[in-house]
Design a protein around this ligand. Structure first.
Ligand code: CA
Length: 226
């Protein structure tokens, strides 16, 4: 079920949205701050965010701007003001839709459905199938149509990165995905697995760098460099 993040500081408004979306079968999370929204989206990415513009910490506009540096998640702005400037600014910042208060929660739910329908094929096409294909049953991954010869750890690592494009995983999180306890010393073993994975990917395409290093943070899969 698609997961919708509702960011709204007025509990009454958030409640009506939670109710309308849950009755349509969506799962929801409610937050009331922009900063917490960015953090949440980094950790557990939602499929769509409904974002109020007037928030107590940073505005919805600012939240969206910062969000766009690492996420393409669809955003619907909620605004108390029906101004042409808001509308234009909102869309320029990278919102997908715009709703002015007071709104009908059912209408918002309908827009959520429409947007998810529109973006679904885009994510599936752009993400893995064309470049990577994961066969969990056979524990195999192909890259650009070629089967990679991977160790069990390399398979798990690559699978973990591919499943959440652009998410930065710390070495500790990656060890966790391997089912290895994050004891001292082991974290460096991630680096050697990554090194070996990169060599195998370059064996398919010489200038491929789909695995990005984030200094002091960890690694991510970036489809843009595949
Ligand atoms: Ca507000």
């Amino acid at each position: 079920m698609p997961h919708i993040l509702i960011v709204e500081d007025e509990a009454a408004i958030a409640d009506t949205l939670v109710f309308a979306l849950q009755s349509e079968g969506f799962t929801t999370t409610w937050l009331s701050l922009g900063g917490a929204t960015l953090e949440h989206q980094r950790q557990t990415p939602a499929d769509l965010i409904i974002l109020d513009i007037g928030l107590p910490d940073i505005s919805g506009f600012e939240t969206c701007k910062q969000l766009r540096r690492f996420s393409e998640v669809p955003v619907i702005f909620l605004s108390a003001r029906d101004g042409e400037i808001d509308r234009v600014v909102g869309l320029e910042i990278g919102a997908d839709d715009y709703v002015v208060k007071p709104f009908s929660p059912r209408e918002v739910a309908a827009r959520v459905r429409a947007i998810l329908k529109r973006v679904a094929p885009r994510t599936t096409l752009e993400a893995q199938p064309a470049l990577f294909h994961i066969d969990s049953e056979r524990v195999q991954i192909s890259y650009r149509g070629q089967l990679l010869v991977l160790t069990r750890h390399e398979f798990r690592l690559l699978q973990c990165l591919l499943e959440q494009p652009e998410r930065v995983f710390s070495r500790e999180q990656l060890l966790d995905a391997l089912g290895v306890a994050a004891d001292a010393g082991y974290e460096r073993s991630i680096d050697s697995h990554i090194k070996s994975l990169r060599a195998k990917l370059r064996g398919v395409k010489a200038d491929a760098e789909p695995i990005q290093t984030h200094r002091g943070l960890g690694y991510s899969y970036n489809p843009g460099h595949s």
